[in-house]
Design a protein. Sequence first.
Length: 82
Amino acid sequence: MAIELRRCPFCGSNVVMQGGHLQIGSCDYQYMQCADCEAEGPHMVTRDLARTAWNLRIAGRPMQEVWAAWEEMRMEENNATE
Ligand SMILES: [Zn+2]
């Protein structure tokens, strides 16, 4: 399920894309990046989580809330398939 990305909070661009990968030890982190000002979203272990984190970061929320929203989203997905 694709998560729609919000505009960049820094330059207002709506061109936000997959920023790439960051290998740390055995973990492969992904992040979203603004194509215009190159602002990076939080580095996360999955692309969907990186997208969620990008959207929540715009509202200036702490990471704790990003995780809570992620859990909520997963629960909704589970409910939809059952
Ligand atoms: Zn930007």
